[in-house]
Unconditional design. Structure first.
Length: 311
């Protein structure tokens, strides 16, 4: 991290835009609740080709704006992870976060695809460039981990195993392109509410410590969609289905249309469908849209790169 001297020399001119991907969890193994309320995870993240773009420009004071179909659902106050990222970075360097953060939002909001985390990671990288701070990736990842469990992965992209709260990452090899469809449901699901439902549903059970599935890691590394489909799991899925039973119909619709596998994305309510190729993905998306069970269906591929300055 640069010291006070570098901070004093901060020049903020022009604008910086960062592109940052959404994620799907190909494995989300959840342990019992910890004393701090969080859950230990074995969380296999895969970045997918839906992106938000974060543009930062110098301003008199911190301000957040957002554009896109779901923009009205995005908080524009200091609870926004992008605002919190700018504040956290500025505090470390003893400067004021005088920046206008504009979010061009394409990632579903409150959908279990880490859209808020993406904006946090994107704003952090963008402000670091705007303020010429030159932070290392390790320094940025440390701030990301303070902002939220999924934020470090949004910075890194690709694929990674997250342990602890999901914030301690080991990058993973991905040996090919995977084709996905995402069915975006009406309304969001609160992540804490889904974890609370997980706790309720597993109260009488002996929840085993979470561990990554070697067969799933091998399938990712081989780029083998059929093998990956056979190993996809999400321990939060029963909780998401309990809170939103209609998701079961969406999952069944995609499977009937030829998806290799279907699962809830993270804490939901977005559902994810792995397909064998681009053509099959288009057919699954068409069936999902025709069913009327979802607000929209998005076709994309993975892995996607992590947060990147694009201008
Ligand atoms: O870390 P983040 O702020 O994204 O977490 C949001 C909420 O999700 C937490 O307040 C907690 O309820 C739940 N959570 C959890 N265990 C994790 C990650 C998140 O219980 N490993």
């Amino acid at each position: 991290m640069s010291g006070g001297e570098a901070a004093a020399g901060v020049r903020a001119e022009g604008a910086v835009t960062v592109r940052v991907p959404a994620k799907v969890n190909v494995q989300l193994a959840v342990g019992a609740a910890r004393p701090d309320g969080f859950h230990d995870l074995a969380n296999v993240f895969l970045a997918v080709g839906l992106h938000d773009e974060i543009t930062v420009t110098p301003a008199d004071e911190l301000r957040v704006t957002c554009a896109g179909p779901d923009a009205h659902q995005v908080p524009l106050d200091a609870t926004n992870l992008a605002a919190r990222a700018a504040i956290a970075l500025a505090e470390r360097h003893g400067i004021e976060p005088r920046v206008h953060i504009h979010i061009d939002k394409d990632i579903p909001v409150a959908g279990g695809m880490a859209g808020g985390s993406a904006d946090g990671a994107g704003a952090l990288l963008a402000c670091d460039a705007l303020w010429s701070l030159g932070s290392t990736e390790a320094e940025l990842l440390a701030i990301c981990a303070e902002l939220g469990s999924d934020v470090p992965f949004s910075l890194l992209g690709g694929a990674a195993l997250g342990v602890g709260r999901g914030e301690r990452l080991t990058p993973l090899d991905v040996g090919g392109t995977f084709h996905w469809v995402f069915a975006v449901a009406d309304g969001g699901l609160s992540t804490p509410a889904v974890y609370a439902e997980f706790d309720r549903l597993t109260a009488a059970a002996d929840v085993p410590p979470p561990a990554a599935d070697p067969a799933l890691l091998a399938a990712l590394s081989a780029g083998d969609a059929t093998a990956l489909a056979a190993t996809l799991t999400n321990d939060l899925q029963p909780a998401a289905l309990s809170l939103r039973p209609s998701l079961a119909t969406t999952l069944a619709t995609g499977t009937a249309a030829g998806a290799l596998a279907a699962l809830v994305s993270g804490s939901g309510p977005t559902t994810a469908f792995l397909t064998k190729d681009e053509e099959s993905a288009a057919a699954v998306a068409e069936a999902l849209l025709a069913s009327g069970n979802c607000r929209t269906a998005r076709v994309t591929s993975a892995p996607a790169a992590g947060a990147r300055v694009i201008s």
